[in-house]
Design a protein around this ligand. Structure first.
Ligand code: ZN
Ligand code: ZN
Ligand code: ZN
Length: 316
């Protein structure tokens, strides 16, 4: 599949970005728009030469698993925190539960939307099955987006990548959360919970309807580590609520080391720093430390958008 990175038109006559010689366009106009950062741009000037590109760094191909269909596969090794995909949604619609009206799909992308699973499904079914949240933290009314490549990513509870939507640039970026070897499938978790029974329940329900058999769902030692993570996570707020601020802060290092070891999502770093901030501001003595944590929560997101590690307050 060869298509324009900006308008999604399929063509055999695409030209490359003159700088990175990787990203493909159908016209100068698309290239110029993709270069810009902002609502109509693709922010390529920020990611030119840094992000991966389809059919060069990764590809979409059949997984060989009939229940899954296609998946995204690495065509080279990726280190941790590398920007793999920068992609604009083809369309965004209001959150899936709201029974979205069919919006205007750009003419050039219609064939791609039609090709999404389920075959011959309605637009709503395609959104439910392939949509990815396009809501940044400041937006209350959530949006779901359809993506040409990202919508092909399969689930793994301990996926090797993590994505974030930047509303002011209208792009989604996918970043590796652990090293990925050439040939490996690129996955992320469709559900935010780390608790096995919650994950299992969510994935078994609509629209996912499957039973996950990933390492976190089948290996007891991994499951035990994940259980440790959510127990520590619960404990921080519980101890904070009891006024035991020092005890709560002592859990930080243990928890972040587990995030590191398991290659967990940037979201968790952000959440933990925010929780620690909440705990700190309950006591005058810890106010300045609280401010530091809120700064680190913000830095975690910025670091992610630049393909860097989340900040840590103490060396690992
Ligand atoms: Zn184009
Ligand atoms: Zn470029
Ligand atoms: Zn799993």
């Amino acid at each position: 599949m060869r298509f324009c990175s900006y308008c999604y038109a399929e063509s055999d006559e695409l030209s490359k970005c003159g700088k990175c010689k990787k990203r493909l366009y159908c016209s100068r106009e698309c290239q110029a728009k993709d270069w810009k950062s902002g609502k109509v741009g693709g922010a390529h000037k920020l990611y030119c030469g840094i992000s991966g590109e389809i059919n060069i760094d990764y590809e979409i191909r059949n997984t060989g698993r009939s229940d899954v269909g296609d998946g995204i596969f690495a065509l080279r090794d990726f280190g941790k925190n590398e920007v793999i995909i920068v992609e604009r949604p083809i369309i965004t619609v209001a959150q899936r539960a709201l029974n979205p009206l069919i919006p205007d799909v750009p003419e050039s992308a219609k064939h791609m939307v039609d090709a999404l699973m389920p075959k011959n499904g309605t637009f709503k079914e395609k959104i439910d099955r392939n949509g990815i949240s396009c809501t940044d933290e400041c937006v209350v009314d959530g949006l779901t987006g359809l993506f040409l490549t990202l919508s092909k990513a399969n689930h793994c509870c301990l996926g090797n990548s993590d994505h974030q939507y930047f509303d002011h640039r209208r792009v989604k970026i996918l970043v590796s959360s652990k090293p990925i070897a050439k040939g490996e499938e690129i996955t992320f978790s469709y559900v935010s919970s780390l608790k096995w029974n919650e994950r299992k329940l969510k994935l078994a329900g609509y629209p996912y309807l499957f039973q996950c058999k990933c390492v976190a769902c089948t290996s007891q030692s991994v499951e035990e580590k994940l259980a440790k993570v959510w127990k520590l996570d619960d404990e921080i707020l519980r101890l904070g609520g009891q006024g035991k601020v020092e005890m709560a802060l002592r859990k930080e290092e243990l928890l972040l080391n587990l995030y590191e070891e398991l290659g967990l999502s940037m979201w968790l770093y952000q959440k933990t720093y925010y929780d620690l901030f909440q705990v700190c501001i309950t006591k005058q003595k810890f106010l300045s430390q609280g401010r530091r944590y809120i700064g680190m929560a913000h830095q975690a997101l910025v670091a992610f958008s630049k393909g860097r590690s989340a900040p840590r307050s103490s060396p690992i």
